[in-house]
Design a protein around this ligand. Structure first.
Ligand SMILES: Cc1cc2nc3c(=O)[nH]c(=O)nc-3n(C[C@H](O)[C@H](O)[C@H](O)COP(=O)(O)OP(=O)(O)OC[C@H]3O[C@@H](n4cnc5c(N)ncnc54)[C@H](O)[C@@H]3O)c2cc1C
Length: 374
């Protein structure tokens, strides 16, 4: 059986979920990328995987019908969510209707995984951005089961994951709502895992945050104790992520990084929004919502008690959000990073111009502190 070229595989997992013989798994390449692999001894050549792969088959894109600036009305969520708290607000709507919510959580090894929950006590797990590739596992199969049991389902993920789900399902379900996050790319889990390990903490790191309360700061916790925090400009992994140095190769050719969208609703940060032009003054984090289908509007209408929205022009969202126009441009440091990867992720990150810039800034800060100037 031949699936898509490994270089083009997004790791969405549609093939893993569809295979009736469980012959397909997601395997890691030498550089840590998660891609398909087939156990030929189990394969019965049914061709389901080939027919389901989003890379080998066409996808339905929708032009946004409405653009909104929006934020959650819940004050706690305004502090703790990644952006305007839209994902969390939409999850609440679906839970109120006894539905199942799917999103990205960490497993016990801090690997981001897509899971389904049915209880409000689980909401916190999905909050905030995990700047690492998340693994879909068998979540598409669980979604199908929920849908066939008549449950309302909300699935939020990266655009490639939503496309994988839609190809796996193969038909429209009136009880399924999909939301994709605007995504500039995801680093392989291996990079993140090695980086965290290289920081050398004796305590087990039990949770991680990139956005939220300490926004754009990498925060590592042992239970309730904060044991490491650095603003993105001072953290090797974080700044390399933001600058587009460490993504999976095919993120730089992402076919979802455009105006037309794959899901019912698209959410992201409303970069560049002139807050002075808002009808309602607001100083917190503001999301952009692209309503792409009538189902998206239907879901949003249900969230009226959870989210404040103002209509804006699509051009405003497109102007500052590069990934609504084109995939992330490969950063000049990427080659240096990849060439040094055999020395380990930490050394490879430090060896780039970005890494050296961070080291200089850290030394400067230390000297300032020693001299008593903060
Ligand atoms: C890797 C990545 C890259 C991004 N790039 C951009 C960008 O270029 N431009 C932009 O405007 N916005 C980007 N975002 C989206 C933005 O940062 C917010 O995540 C988004 O607006 C949702 O904010 P919220 O407050 O509504 O979410 P919250 O209410 O805090 O909930 C977070 C949501 O994000 C999902 N999520 C978090 N991490 C992952 C992951 N690794 N894989 C799949 N789903 C995940 C959770 O399941 C949940 O649904 C990116 C997010 C991620 C994870």
């Amino acid at each position: 059986m031949k699936l898509c070229d490994i270089e083009k595989c997004t790791g969405c997992g549609a093939c893993v979920n569809i295979c009736p013989k469980k012959a397909i798994a997601m395997a890691e390449t030498d550089t840590g990328k998660t891609v398909w692999s087939i156990d030929e001894t189990q394969c019965v050549e049914c061709g389901m995987c080939e027919k389901t792969c989003p890379v080998l088959n066409s996808s339905d894109f929708n032009e946004p019908i409405k653009t909104l600036a929006a934020w959650t009305l819940n004050e706690k969520d305004q502090q703790t969510c990644a952006s305007g708290g839209i994902a969390t607000a939409l999850y609440k709507v679906v839970l109120e209707k006894n539905g199942t919510i799917y999103g990205c959580d960490y497993d016990s090894e801090l690997k981001p995984v897509i899971r389904g929950y049915e209880d409000t006590s689980d909401l916190e797990k999905f909050k905030s951005s995990k700047y690492v590739q998340s693994i879909t596992g068998f979540s598409y199969q669980q979604v199908k089961e929920d849908l066939n049991n008549g449950r309302m389902v909300l699935y939020i993920g990266t655009p490639c994951q939503i496309d994988g789900l839609q190809h796996f399902l193969g038909k429209k379900y009136s009880n399924l709502y999909t939301v994709d996050i605007i995504c500039h790319g995801v680093p392989p889990y291996k990079y993140f895992q090695e980086y965290i390990a290289s920081l050398g903490f004796k305590e087990k790191i039990t949770s991680v945050a990139f956005r939220g309360k300490r926004d754009f700061c990498l925060s590592l916790y042992n239970e309730e104790n904060l044991i490491y925090w650095r603003y993105s400009d001072f953290d090797y992994y974080y700044l390399s992520f933001l600058r587009g140095i460490i993504y999976r190769d095919n993120c730089y050719e992402c076919r979802y990084a455009k105006k037309d969208r794959i899901s019912d609703i698209t959410i992201g940060d409303f970069w560049g929004l002139d807050k002075k032009t808002l009808q309602k003054p607001y100083d917190g984090r503001i999301s952009t919502i692209l309503v792409n289908t009538s189902k998206g509007q239907e879901l949003l209408d249900m969230a009226v008690n959870h989210i404040y929205v103002e209509e804006r022009l699509l051009d405003e969202a497109l102007k500052y959000n590069e990934q609504l126009n084109h995939p992330m441009v490969v950063h000049e440091d990427r080659e240096i990073f990849l060439n040094n990867l055999d020395k380990g992720v930490y050394k490879a990150l430090c060896s780039t111009r970005t890494g050296k810039e961070i080291t200089r800034k850290r030394i400067k800060n230390k000297v300032r502190k020693l001299l008593g100037r903060s």
